[in-house]
Design a protein around this ligand. Structure first.
Ligand code: ATP
Ligand code: MN
Length: 256
């Protein structure tokens, strides 16, 4: 595990290009059998040709870089299935697992799969509304294949890491608050985890990612989440010297 960690650390900010053999081996080791099976089937169907390396390792998911035979690039978000691994392990050691526990696992898996499916629906809504975000290509179990935001194996930096000039940041702020309004008005969604960590900067524009916390407007806490999104976005731009709206102004701009 330490070897895997070590090799991934330098790629954590999603900037490193890793296509060498050693890295590929670590990627393969890090994948559980079910994930490998899903990826293998996708490979056979020609969804992609190669999984090259890890762009990001998170608490809930890892993101990998993949290439198609025509050289075009993809991002693969693999949700962690640690709970399921335990099931497989226990079965291998022929330990009797209480029926109740298996049921709990099965239910948890169903809930998670539904969440991943919802994720792709939400991303689809953003995409359809013209908000820049990675288009979904395919979802199979807990493996989500999407458009890669970046070029030549280099993932676009997060807004947090983009090191932009004040002028550029001003433009980004405007672009972002308009996208937040479209997200609310057209997609009828609140992102729920919007911050400089879940926005990528690519070719002069912002790309919104990671809608795992997003909710429909009829969610009882939707407006609280929106308020938090406004806080995080304002904090970031204010910290970097952009003259931002007050929170109530921003909130009204989005909702009204
Ligand atoms: P969780 O869903 O549990 O919050 P997470 O925060 O790790 O997981 P994301 O924010 O979706 O997941 O992705 C993690 C990182 O992977 C991003 O910060 C970004 O650097 C990279 N990344 C994700 N999707 C893409 C993509 N389509 N193209 C390029 N890079 C991506
Ligand atoms: Mn994220």
């Amino acid at each position: 595990t330490t070897a895997i960690r070590g090799s991934l650390r330098e790629t954590e900010i999603g900037r490193s290009r890793n296509t060498d053999k050693a890295d590929r081996a670590t990627v393969e080791q890090a994948l559980d059998p079910r994930t490998r099976m899903v990826l293998f089937r996708m490979l056979n169907r020609g969804v992609f040709n190669d999984v090259n390396g890890c762009i990001s390792t998170g608490k809930e998911a890892n993101v990998y870089h993949a290439t198609k035979s025509d050289g075009s690039e993809l991002a693969i978000k693999v949700y962690k299935t640690s709970v399921l691994e335990i099931t497989v392990l226990d079965m291998a050691t022929v330990v009797t697992i209480p029926r109740k526990m298996v049921k709990t696992w099965a239910e948890k898996e169903q809930r998670n799969l539904k969440r991943y499916w919802l994720y792709t629906c939400f991303i689809g809504r953003l995409h359809a509304a013209g908000i820049r975000c990675p288009a979904v290509i395919l979802l199979r179990l807990h493996v989500l294949v999407m458009e890669f935001i970046g070029r030549d194996g280099w993932a676009a930096p997060r807004l947090k890491d983009a090191a932009l000039s004040l002028d550029k940041l001003r433009e980004c702020y405007l672009e972002l608050i308009i996208q937040m309004r479209v997200l609310y008005q057209k997609c009828k969604l609140v992102h729920g985890d919007l911050s400089e960590y879940n926005i990528l900067y690519f070719e002069g524009h912002l790309y919104i990612i990671d809608v795992s916390q997003s909710v429909d407007l009829d969610h009882p806490l939707a407006l609280n989440f929106l308020r938090e999104d406004c806080d995080h976005v304002s904090d970031f731009f204010k910290k970097h010297g952009v003259a931002v709206m007050t929170i109530p102004e921003l909130f009204d701009f989005i909702v009204d």
